[in-house]
Design a protein. Structure first.
Length: 700
């Protein structure tokens, strides 16, 4: 029996068995003598010889073994011999290689003998120690944080729950022992189960994220952010570890932000981000229903000047009122958003045919354009009774609309960009109108972009030139002045008139640079003529809208004139009636200032807009330039009558008159009869380079 026992244990080289017989003296076990040693001693100092006993009877006890060790063993052997059951214990040893080894020794009495079996458990004990350490570490980590940690085993049961999970149970217990998912919000249950499934399948170290709502013991809903890691194979954990953070406040803030982020704070309309999403959905719907949809891109004509002249609060009021008008003009189901600045966009869905888009656009345009009453009291729908101290502003607002239509699927950016081409076209054709995108507009857009690129170069280089058109005194045919008309020598496109590039320049914000160039060059030419010609020539310079909103215009013009030694009285600034009527009350002080400074002023394009004759008396003008559309009607009785009336009234107000666009001798003689002071037009001369005009004038 003994042999079998030893043989069985002998299989592993690390197992050493020793059979001992007690040495009894006066009925007391005073020592044990070694009978047999089995297995490789593997050099382990067990206090016995490494080699099995040669004679099988007298194994030698190692002499090296310290006396205290031998006494301890003797005590253990006696205890085991007396116990009647195996007595186990670990012993630390150092093997022949100097490595520390842990041996588990089991001493068992077998009959009258004592059998001791040593087994090397170094690796087992190390693994156990690591496991204990990791478990302690794990607990230390999770129990001291306010975060929630649960460990879910393979059976979806929570085997560990951090103390903070008490909040989720009504009785203050942790969630340990509960099935996973019990306290989740029903709507998030599915995704939470999914998280667990994914975690089971995840590689160790992979972190999976999810957000979910949980219900607290008090029935409150809280948002948590969960991180799950697979620790099914980590000793001491044996499950999926789910770490949760309470993100309720954060989530609420985020929701608020998302709402705000989707909404324009000024008008309360949805914004660009919201719009992009809505259009994407609408396109998908349209793809299914085959119903067209339309994008209407709206922009307030010259909004910048409302802001510049009346101030931002007025601009804001205008936008708020505009938003309200747009809302009321829409069909139910249409969406209006503010893209930014004065740009609004309307999405009209489920149109029955594409032409319907135009009707919607016209209705929107009609609703948005018109008279706006702004003032300290906010937007007024009607003219209020006189409120002392409160100034009400009445402004005329024009709106341009670009329309693009499509049937899904499609891309919202592309749709917006085609609407933008159409809008640009609407502005190019004189603003205040609706334009529907046509494919050829894309060509124009590319052209515009090219022009803008080239214009940037042109303003710094030598590609711009002023052409001059003579102004002729009707009474004697003398050339008394010349109007500067801008030309661009485009390297590829040739000579361009302003209409071909001013809209693009406005769009690209290049007008200030161009106008400054004009002022400089026109003034320089004035100086040259003063030197070259016997009689001074009045130089007429066209002003752009933005210049009329520049309070230091007089100073700037005066500085340029001084630099060229030009008298201000030799310069006439032309202001188009179209610009002036937009905001006469605001521009008027500037005009007075310019005039007091010594400049002359001309009201350009008179009659092209809808100015009443009575306006004339409010305008500080030296000369009135009748628009060439008036001149063109001179052949008709009514036309001649109207022109005649204007020509009679102006002198009464101390304003000289000039007729533009005189193309025929007939027109000229009629104008002479009607008492028009000056004329200008192809009949006299086309706009031409300065040298050419100079040569003509010198040859006269
Ligand atoms: P505008 O100030 O009304 O200038 C007169 C326009 O009528 C010029 O066109 C001129 O070439 C044209 N014109 C002159 N006589 C006749 C005629 O008998 N028959 C016809 N059919 N047309 C005639 P242009 O040079 O193409 O200029 C167009 C507009 O561009 C100008 O209208 C003016 O508003 C603007 N512009 C021209 N030069 C400048 C400039 O230097 N600065 C600014 N801000 N605008 C300018
Ligand atoms: Ca002009
Ligand atoms: Ca004109």
């Amino acid at each position: 029996m003994l042999t079998t026992l030893l043989e069985g244990l002998d299989a592993d080289g690390r197992v050493l068995a020793v059979v001992m017989r007690p040495v009894v003296e006066s009925e007391e076990v005073i020592d044990f003598e070694l009978l047999m040693v089995s297995g490789a001693a593997a050099g382990v100092d067990l206090g016995i010889t490494a080699a099995p006993p040669t004679d099988g009877l007298e194994p030698q006890v190692g002499e090296t073994t310290a006396i205290e060790q031998r006494e301890r063993w003797l005590a253990l052997r006696r205890e085991a011999f007396a116990a009647g059951h195996p007595v186990r214990g670990d012993e630390d040893h150092v093997d022949v290689h100097g490595q520390r080894r842990v041996l588990e020794v089991t001493r068992t009495r077998v009959g009258d003998l004592l059998v001791a079996i040593w087994q090397d458990v170094t690796d087992v004990r190390a693994a156990e120690a690591a496991r204990v350490a990791s478990e302690q570490r794990f607990r230390a980590l999770v129990e001291h944080s306010s975060d929630i940690t649960v460990v879910v085993d393979r059976d979806r049961m929570i085997t560990y729950a951090s103390p903070s999970t008490q909040h989720f149970t009504p009785d203050g217990d942790t969630l340990a022992g509960a099935p996973y998912g019990l306290h989740l919000h029903p709507e998030d249950w599915g995704s939470a189960q999914d998280l667990l499934e994914r975690a089971y399948a995840a590689t160790p170290g992979e972190v999976l994220h999810d957000r979910a709502r949980v219900i607290t013991g008090e029935g409150q809903t809280r948002w948590i952010e969960a991180q799950a890691t697979n620790h099914l194979h980590t000793p001491g954990v044996d499950g999926v570890v789910i770490n949760c953070r309470d993100i309720t406040e954060e989530q609420h803030a985020r929701e608020r932000l998302a709402q705000e982020a989707m909404r324009d704070p000024l008008t309360g309309l949805p914004n660009r981000r919201y719009f992009a999403e809505v259009v994407q959905h609408a396109l998908a719907r349209s793809a299914r229903s085959r119903q067209p949809l339309a994008l209407l891109l709206l922009d307030v004509d010259h909004f910048k000047y409302v802001n510049d002249i009346h101030g931002h609060p007025a601009g804001d009021q205008l936008l708020i009122e505009l938003a309200a008008r747009l809302r009321s003009a829409l069909r139910p189901g249409d969406t209006v958003c503010r893209l930014g600045g004065d740009e609004f966009v309307v999405l009209a869905e489920d149109l029955h045919h594409l032409d319907e888009a135009l009707l919607v656009a016209q209705r929107v345009n009609a609703a948005a354009a018109g008279t706006y009453l702004l003032g300290p009291g906010g937007v007024q729908q009607e003219v209020p009774d006189e409120v002392p101290g409160e100034v009400q502003l009445e402004i005329q607002v024009g709106v341009s609309v670009g329309v693009s239509t499509t049937i899904g699927p499609g891309n919202s950016d592309a749709l917006l960009s085609t609407a933008d081409h159409a809008l640009y076209e609407a502005k190019r054709r004189g603003r205040g109108r609706v334009e529907v995108f046509q494919p050829q507009l894309r060509e124009r857009l590319l052209h515009r972009l090219g022009l803008q690129r080239d214009l940037r170069r042109a303003t710094s280089g030598e590609e711009l030139e002023l052409y001059w058109q003579p102004i002729v005194r009707t009474s004697d045919g003398a050339v008394t002045g010349a109007e500067a008309l801008l030309r661009w020598h485009h390297p590829q496109l040739g000579l361009l008139a302003p209409a071909a590039f001013i809209p693009a320049a406005e769009d690209a914000g290049l007008m200030p640079a161009i106008c400054e160039w004009v002022l400089h060059h026109a003034t320089r030419q004035s100086a040259r003529w003063t030197r070259e010609l016997a009689d001074p020539l009045q130089v007429f310079i066209n002003l752009d809208r933005h210049q009329l909103h520049n309070p230091s215009l007089l100073g700037e013009v005066a500085a340029i004139a001084a630099a060229h030694h030009v008298e201000l009285s030799h310069l006439t600034l032309e202001i188009s009636e179209r610009i002036l009527t937009e905001d006469l009350p605001r521009i008027r002080p500037l005009l007075l200032q310019l005039r007091e400074g010594g400049l002359r002023l001309a009201l350009d394009d008179f009659g092209a807009g809808n100015t009443a004759l009575t306006w004339l008396q409010e305008m500080p003008m030296d000369i009135l330039k009748l628009d060439r559309s008036f001149t063109a009607t001179l052949g008709e009785r009514a036309g001649a009558a109207i022109v005649g009336a204007v020509l009679r009234l102006a002198p009464e107000l101390g304003i000289a008159t000039l007729a533009e666009g005189v193309e025929t001798a007939q027109q000229l003689s009629t104008l002479l009869d009607l008492g028009c002071d000056y004329t200008q037009g192809f009949h006299h001369a086309r706009p031409q380079p300065a040298q050419q005009l100079t040569a003509t004038l010198l040859s006269l």
